[in-house]
Design a protein around this ligand. Structure first.
Ligand SMILES: NC(=O)c1ccc[n+]([C@@H]2O[C@H](COP(=O)([O-])OP(=O)(O)OC[C@H]3O[C@@H](n4cnc5c(N)ncnc54)[C@H](OP(=O)(O)O)[C@@H]3O)[C@@H](O)[C@H]2O)c1
Length: 286
């Protein structure tokens, strides 16, 4: 099996390549320097030349707030870019893994979203990820769509690292307490990707660490586990305005993974412990 992974310079792509290499799988990680997703001819030329059996498409425009002021660029990267990946995959007979998000849903209510619930994105980024999903679903059959949420990994900016920085700089930090979801460690998500790609278990999956939690509760865990004395002050979303509207309910049901017989994702606590250990070992923060 030969695997091409886009977004190698980002959080998830980096860990997918690390795990594939550990497993001895032939693989290549690519980023903007190798080809721009929005350039269909460049994508096709690269994919044809490498000839993968699987493309794990982690690259995306992920600046959720900035997307509100540049919707065309966001749609081009996440929508058109994904069409380009799918067309190139079809031309070499490769399967595709598309990484999507809880932001494709409305975020209404307090029940976990199942994989078959209707799209209803509430911000530009969410809409662009729906466009990416639609490209995959309408053009091919051998695909895995993995929706995830609140991602953190070694290779990039994320909420955990922001809290660790703020926790060393300030005695107090205000964090929203009415948005609830599940954080996701890229190493755990990478493991599910690597479990799925050799199979024919195509379809849509929700993949996130186990347990629902608010951002404020998550911040509290981060401070305590990192031994930082910073106080977390819970605030409402209405008190913390951002350019992009964010869903209050980011709960993704884990039923799809269970049904497929994939080993369940570890708890949020376990994920955070291992992530902090990884940062310490690599002397990234402490
Ligand atoms: N982060 C989250 O909380 C979250 C939540 C749910 C779902 N997701 C999804 O999970 C996937 C992985 O997220 P992540 O956090 O690993 O993302 P990330 O760290 O932002 O990495 C995305 C990568 O895509 C690359 N990229 C952007 N535009 C490109 C283009 N036009 N051509 C080629 N490469 C391009 C970026 O390169 P540059 O850095 O050079 O721009 C970056 O290396 C994405 O599909 C994202 O939508 C993420």
């Amino acid at each position: 099996m030969k695997v091409l992974v886009t977004g190698f310079g980002g959080q998830l792509g980096y860990d997918v390549i690390r795990l594939l290499e550990q497993q001895g799988v032939e693989c290549k990680g690519v980023d903007v320097g190798d080809f721009d997703l929005t350039d269909g001819a460049a994508v096709k030329a690269y994919v044809t030349d490498y000839g993968p059996d699987v493309i794990v498409h982690c690259a995306a425009y992920t600046a959720v707030d900035k997307a509100e002021s540049e919707p065309e660029i966001c749609a081009r990267v996440n929508g058109v870019g994904t069409i380009n990946i799918v067309r190139a995959a079809l031309s070499v007979g490769a399967k595709v893994v598309y990484i999507s998000t809880d932001y494709v849903f409305s975020g209404d209510g307090d029940q976990p979203f199942e994989t078959n619930e209707p799209y209803n994105p509430r911000n530009v980024y969410g809409l662009s990820k729906v466009q990416g999903e639609m490209a995959v679903r309408s053009l091919m059959t051998r695909f895995f769509i993995l929706r995830t949420s609140w991602v953190f990994g070694r290779n990039g900016k994320n909420f955990v690292r922001t809290m660790l920085r703020l926790g060393t700089e300030h005695p107090q930090v205000r964090v929203v307490c009415d948005q609830v979801g599940s954080p996701t460690y890229t190493r755990d998500l990478a493991r599910v990707i690597c479990d799925l790609i050799p199979t024919e278990k195509y379809g849509i999956y929700h993949v996130r660490n186990e347990g629902y939690i608010s951002w404020a509760e998550f911040a509290e865990k981060i401070m305590r586990k990192a031994g930082l004395p910073c106080q977390v002050v819970p605030v409402l979303t209405s008190e913390y305005p951002t350019a992009a509207r964010r869903p209050l309910n980011s709960r993704l049901s884990a039923q799809s993974l269970k049904d497929a017989g994939i080993h369940p994702m570890p708890s949020v606590d376990s994920a955070l412990d291992r992530y902090l250990q990884e940062l310490r070992e690599e002397q990234i923060l402490f």
